[in-house]
Design a protein around this ligand. Structure first.
Ligand code: NAD
Ligand code: UGA
Length: 464
C-alpha cells in the first residue's frame, strides 16, 4: 500500500505541528487533522491558531486547504485514511488505581474504539501519543476485538520528540525518527510504509526502527534523561548558593566534557511543561508495577528535586523581601513554562504565583504570548485555590512589562523570554518601590549591570 491519505486524531501541540510539517514535506499526501473540540478545529482554520509556535503559521498557510485539512468530521477522515496517527492527550490519572502517577489512557482507548468502529478498510494505526510500555498491545486488542469483517490493522509506535517553542525546526531537522512495530511480515511492511512518509525529508539513516516495546520505552527514557539533567544541575545550584560557587561556571566547566555535553544544563526555577513530570511519574509507576522499587525511587528523585527547586526559589523571594510579601506588589515576568510558547501546563510560574499569593502578595503578571484568560483560568482553577474571587482581586494582568513593573517592590523572572533581556531596566528601576529587587529565576539578565543601576539581585545558583 502507498500512503495517500493520513488522518491524525488530536489537533493539539503534537498533532497540529507534526501534520503541518508532513503536509509541507509530502505534497503527494493528503493530511487531515481531526479533533472532538470544534473550537480547536475552528481556530486551526482561522488566522489565529490555537497554539503559538514560531514558524507554524507560515507552514499552515502554505498547505491549509491544499493537502492539509482541519476537520471535526472524524468519521470521514478515518474512513478515507490509509494511516492514522493517534495524537491525543495522555495525562496523569486523577482517580483510581495509579492515581497521580499512571498515565490515563482513556483518550487513547477512545480513539482506538472509534477507529475500530468506523474503519471499513485496512489501516496502519500509529501511536504518536506518549504511552506506557505495552500500550500498543492494548490498542491492538481493542482494534482486533472490534474490527469489521475483513478489516486488518497494523499498529506502530512512533513517539514524538519535538520541544515546544522549537517544534517546527525539531520536526524539519529531526535528530531521529523512531518507529517501533511487530516483528511479523505485516509489522515490517507497516514500518516501511511509515518510513517512506518520513523519507520525504528525513535522511534514511536517521530513521531508527525497533520492536514496539523498545520504541515506547525509549520515549519515556528520553524525557527521563532530559529532566534528570535539569534536576542534576538544579541540585548543584543549591550547593552553589550555599558555598559561593557559581552554577553558570560549574555548568560551563562540566558541559565542556564532550561525554557530558553543554545542552540542558541551565539551572532554573525547575522544569515545567505538560510532559516531563507526567512521563517520569508514569515510568515510576511502571517500575513499581514491575516490582522494581529501587528503579522507581531512583527516577522519583528527579521529580522530588524539581519540587524542592521550585520551593527553594519562592522561599528565597519571601526571605529577601524582609520575610513578608503581605500586601506587597510583585511583578511576575513570564507565565509560560518556557520561552516561545503560550503553553502554561505545569509552568513553574504557577507554583511561584501560588506561594506568593498564599503569603498575601499582590501580583502584576505579564507574558508576551500567554492569553490573559489562560492566566486567569490557571490561577482560579479549583486545583489552584479554594478562593477564586480572592485571587481575582489579588492579581492584575498586563500587556506591557513597564506597566506591570511600575509601583512594585520586586520583579520575578519566571520565563526566559528574549524580550526580557532587552528591557530598559533603568526606566523600570525608576518606577519601582525602593529597595527594588529582581529575582532572576532563569539567569538571563546582566546582574552586574542591574546592581549598578541600584537593584538588589538574586538569581538561582549564586550566593546573594
Ligand atoms: P493536547 O492536549 O494539546 O492535544 C490533544 C488533543 O486530542 C486535544 O485537542 C483533544 O481534544 C484531542 N482528543 C482527545 N481525545 C480525542 C478523540 N477521541 N477524538 C478526537 N480528538 C481527541 O496534547 P499534546 O500536547 O498535543 O500531547 C499529545 C500527546 O503527545 C501526549 O501523549 C503527549 O505526552 C505527547 N507529546 C507531547 C509533546 C508536547 O510538546 N506537547 C511532545 C511530545 C509528545
Ligand atoms: C520536552 C522534551 O525536550 C522533548 O524532547 C519532548 O518531546 C517533550 O518534552 C515532550 O515529550 O513533551 P518541552 O517540554 O516542550 O520538551 O520543552 P523543554 O525544552 O524540554 O523544556 C522543559 C522544561 O525544562 C521547561 O520548563 C524549561 O524551561 C526547562 N529547562 C530546560 C530548564 O530548566 N533547563 C534546561 O537546561 C532546559
Amino acid at each position: 500500500m502507498v500512503i495517500k491519505k493520513i488522518c491524525c486524531i488530536g489537533a493539539g501541540y503534537v498533532g497540529g505541528p507534526t501534520c503541518s510539517v508532513i503536509a509541507l514535506k509530502c505534497p503527494d499526501i493528503e493530511v487531515t487533522v481531526v479533533d472532538k473540540s470544534s473550537e480547536r478545529i475552528q481556530q486551526w482554520n482561522s488566522n489565529k491558531l490555537p497554539i503559538y509556535e514560531p514558524g507554524l503559521y507560515e507552514v499552515v498557510l502554505k498547505c491549509r486547504d491544499k493537502n492539509l485539512f482541519f476537520s471535526t468530521n472524524i468519521n470521514k477522515a478515518i474512513t478515507e485514511a490509509d494511516l492514522i496517527f493517534i495524537s491525543v492527550n495522555t495525562p496523569t490519572k486523577l482517580n483510581g488505581n495509579g492515581k497521580g502517577r499512571a498515565a490515563d489512557l482513556k483518550y487513547v482507548e477512545g480513539a482506538a474504539r472509534m477507529i475500530a468502529d468506523i474503519a471499513q478498510s485496512n489501516k496502519i494505526v500509529v501511536e504518536k501519543s506518549t504511552v506506557p510500555v505495552k500500550a500498543a498491545e492494548s490498542i491492538l486488542r481493542i482494534l482486533r476485538a472490534n474490527h469489521k469483517k475483513g478489516v486488518k490493522f497494523q499498529i506502530l509506535s512512533n513517539p514524538e520528540f519535538l520541544s515546544e517553542g522549537t517544534a517546527i525546526d525539531n520536526l524539519i531537522n529531526a535528530d531521529r525518527v523512531l518507529i517501533g512495530g511487530e516483528e511479523s511480515e505485516g509489522g515490517q511492511q507497516a514500518i516501511k510504509e511509515l518510513s517512506w512518509v518520513y523519507e520525504h525529508w528525513i535522511p534514511a539513516e536517521k530513521i531508527i526502527t525497533t520492536n514496539t516495546w523498545s520504541s515506547e520505552l525509549s520515549k519515556l527514557a528520553a524525557n527521563a534523561f532530559l529532566a534528570s539533567r535539569i534536576s542534576n544541575i538544579n541540585s548543584l545550584s543549591a550547593v552553589c548558593e550555599a558555598t559561593g560557587a557559581d552554577i553558570s561556571e560549574v555548568a560551563n566547566a562540566v558541559g565542556k566534557d564532550s561525554r557530558i555535553g553543554s545542552k540542558f544544563l541551565q539551572a532554573s526555577i525547575g522544569f515545567g511543561g505538560s510532559c516531563f513530570q507526567k512521563d517520569i511519574l508514569n515510568l515510576v509507576y511502571i517500575c513499581e508495577c514491575l516490582n522494581l522499587p529501587e528503579v522507581a525511587s531512583y527516577w522519583q528523585q528527579v521529580i522530588d528535586l524539581n519540587e524542592y527547586q521550585k520551593t527553594r526559589f519562592t522561599k528565597k523571594i519571601v526571605e529577601l523581601l524582609f520575610n513578608t510579601v503581605s500586601d506587597k506588589k510583585l511583578a511576575i515576568l513570564g507565565f509560560a513554562f518556557k520561552k516561545d510558547t503560550g503553553d502554561t501546563r505545569e509552568s513553574p510560574a504557577i507554583y511561584v504565583a501560588k506561594t506568593l499569593l498564599d503569603e498575601g502578595a499582590k501580583l502584576h503578571i505579564y507574558d508576551p504570548k500567554v492569553e490573559a484568560t489562560q492566566i486567569l483560568d490557571d490561577l482560579t482553577h479549583p486545583s489552584f485555590t479554594p478562593d477564586p474571587e480572592g485571587v481575582r482581586k489579588a492579581i492584575e494582568i498586563y500587556d506591557d512589562p513597564y506597566q506591570a513593573t511600575a509601583g512594585t517592590h520586586a520583579v520575578v523572572i519566571c520565563t526566559e523570554w528574549d524580550e526580557f533581556i532587552g528591557l530598559d531596566y533603568e526606566e523600570i528601576y525608576s518606577n519601582m518601590m525602593k529597595p527594588a529587587f529582581i529575582f532572576d529565576g532563569r539567569k538571563i539578565l546582566n546582574h552586574d549591570k542591574l546592581a549598578n543601576i541600584g537593584f538588589f539581585v538574586h538569581t538561582v545558583g549564586k550566593q546573594t
